[in-house]
Design a protein around this ligand. Structure first.
Ligand code: NAD
Ligand code: MLT
Length: 311
């Protein structure tokens, strides 16, 4: 009997591939190349993606044998889960694989914006010695506003509480006692915007959250606020943020994710007080290995018709 076919449409850790190889025929394709993806899914049983491949109704229609869409990571915003469910295709991900890595990256961006680390680094390497130009701010006793107190938001909140920050959060789906146990005060979005010295975004990208931090919201913040988005591009509206930075209504930003990716040019790149990374939130060896192995275990269970636990 022929082995089930698994299409690996993006980078997957060697450990994940090794787990697949004995029992599945492993094929490769570049999922970011739409035409290739449409052709490659035609006769596969499962497809494994990260965030660069869009699995929508068109791909699902082209994938006549598909039983599983697997996301080697957290965000499912590039997968049309509803269309997949209607087509009888199971969607699995690796929801905890990279959360510590993502939380650490958000904190790295936050510290970088507070202390101008990349700017000072670039300046010194240009042969300059500009100490006063890169004076920063402390975190201690400042208010951190966490947007989305889910898996990653909680990890960030706990870690930054150890910097003696006062942590507040906006998340209408979380009960106040749970937040209180974490030492976090739940507030409205408006209170968070008005009170925070740092805002860090940890929301999923949905119709509700896209553009949640737009022009109106950025007119409520303190001019000293620094905003980090290591969740999904577009939750903080890039044009509104650009304008707020130009008008000095925001003191800095740390941005890992963009409205359209890959993104190699953005008005945000032209602000000296904006620190950017190319969607590196999940990019550690440990997280990539976990994402690869967790997602392959889920594919294996799903293809054998077994229950797939929320890893
Ligand atoms: P999660 O589902 O555990 O947490 C999200 C939280 O947001 C939940 O508590 C939920 O109640 C809350 N929420 C949902 N809609 C909301 C709304 N409209 N208003 C306020 N709160 C709302 O997700 P997570 O694992 O913590 O991931 C958070 C984000 O980080 C996701 O967008 C994920 O894709 C992204 N992520 C990015 C990277 C990266 O490489 N940069 C890595 C991992 C995850
Ligand atoms: C995720 O949602 O897991 C991250 O954005 C990382 C990735 O895209 O692989």
């Amino acid at each position: 009997m022929s082995k089930p076919v698994v299409l690996v449409a993006e980078e997957l850790s060697p450990a994940g591939i090794a787990l697949l190889e004995p029992d599945f025929e492993v094929r490769r394709a570049d999922g970011a190349d739409r035409e290739r993806l449409l052709a490659a899914v035609a006769d596969v049983d499962a497809v494994i993606v990260r965030s660069a491949s869009r699995i929508d109704a068109e791909v699902l229609a082209a994938a006549r044998r598909l039983r599983v869409v697997a996301r080697a990571g957290v965000g499912l915003d590039n997968v049309d889960v509803e269309a997949a469910t209607q087509a009888g295709v199971m969607v699995v991900n690796a929801p905890t694989s990279n959360i510590v890595t993502a939380a650490e990256h958000a904190i790295a961006l936050l510290l970088a914006t507070a202390r101008n680390v990349p700017q000072g680094h670039a300046s010194l390497k240009r042969g300059e010695w500009q100490r006063s130009r890169y004076t920063g701010v402390e975190l201690r006793d400042k208010t951190l506003g966490v947007l989305g107190l889910g898996r990653i938001g909680v990890l960030v909140a706990k870690r930054l509480a150890a910097f003696d920050m006062n942590v507040i959060a906006y998340d209408p789906y979380i009960q106040a006692p749970r937040a209180a146990r974490l030492g976090v005060r739940l507030v409205s979005l408006e209170e968070l915007l008005r009170e925070s010295d740092f805002i860090t975004v940890h929301l999923p990208k949905t119709q509700e959250t896209l553009g949640l931090i737009g022009d109106r919201e950025l007119r409520m913040v303190k001019p000293s606020v620094r905003i980090v988005n290591a969740a999904r591009g577009g939750i903080v509206d890039e044009d509104a943020l650009d304008l707020a930075l130009k008008e000095k209504r925001v003191a800095g930003a740390g941005i890992d994710v963009f409205r359209g990716e890959p993104c190699t040019d953005s008005p945000l790149f032209h602000h000296d007080n904006v620190v950017v990374t190319p969607h590196l939130g999940a990019s550690t060896h440990e997280a990539q290995e976990r994402a690869g192995t967790q997602v392959v275990r889920s594919v294996r269970l799903a293809l054998s018709g077994e229950f797939v636990p929320d890893a």
